[in-house]
Design a protein around this ligand. Structure first.
Ligand code: ADP
Ligand code: 5GP
Length: 190
């Protein structure tokens, strides 16, 4: 890649509070910019192409894989692929910004492996699987069937947490944000 810089990776089981924490961090660190992923799924609700994701057809996604346009990609859910475009990373780094990633656990592990010391990987851990389930129910965005699927996947995801540079337990939100802020400040000072 022509331009390089730093990147911070967040992965977590769905419902752990990753989005809530990252939103607060974006207010604290103005030089952070979200990497917009490509996906083969359809837009949901108010989602916009080029803002939430680059929405591609299955065919377009396959063509980009064949053209080696992705840094990493995964079939996160059955039949639905998500990936990080090299062009997106270049775009953010060329502005001198630091890239923030919200990727699934395997994507996070792969990005860390590829970028090594340039990357800081953080796993946001729920206090327990039961609390995770309660938060997903409380969020009110998913059916019970989807929630149970996400909870079942969480066990596997949690088993991969030791492969991340840092694990932050999101029990009391303010403490989790403060701990993550400390981790990032240490990383940026390196
Ligand atoms: P994720 O992005 O990891 O799927 P969200 O940020 O959407 O998770 O959080 C899931 C739900 O849990 C949301 O309703 C959010 O308001 C709530 N939540 C997040 N962090 C905490 C916390 N520390 N304590 C209680 N509820 C939380
Ligand atoms: P969504 O709820 O948006 O359909 O699903 C998002 C899931 O895909 C989350 O687990 C998210 O972290 C993951 N994801 C989003 N973009 C990427 C990406 O570029 N690469 C990988 N590996 N996972 C991604």
């Amino acid at each position: 890649m022509a331009t390089t810089g730093k990147l911070i990776i967040f992965s977590a089981p769905s419902g752990s509070g990753k989005t809530t924490i990252v939103k607060q961090l974006l207010k604290i660190f103005p030089q952070f910019e979200f990497s917009i992923s490509a996906t083969s799924r359809q837009p949901r609700g108010e989602e916009k192409n080029g803002v939430d994701y680059f929405f591609l057809s299955q065919e377009e996604f396959r063509e980009k894989v064949a053209a080696d346009a992705f840094v990493e990609w995964e079939e996160v859910y059955n039949g639905t692929c998500y990936g990080t475009l090299k062009s997106e990373m270049e775009r953010i780094w060329s502005k001198g910004n630091i890239i923030i990633f919200d990727v699934d656990v395997m994507g996070g592990i792969n990005l860390k492996r590829i970028f090594g010391e340039q990357a800081c990987s953080v796993f946001i851990m729920p206090p327990s699987v039961e609390i995770l389930r309660e938060r997903l129910i409380g969020r009110g965005t998913d059916s019970m069937e989807t929630i149970e699927k996400r909870v079942a996947k969480a066990e596997f995801e949690i088993s991969k947490s030791p492969e991340f540079d840092h694990v932050v337990v999101n029990d009391v939100l303010e403490s989790a944000v403060a701990e993550t802020e400390r981790i990032i400040n240490d990383f940026l000072a390196k």
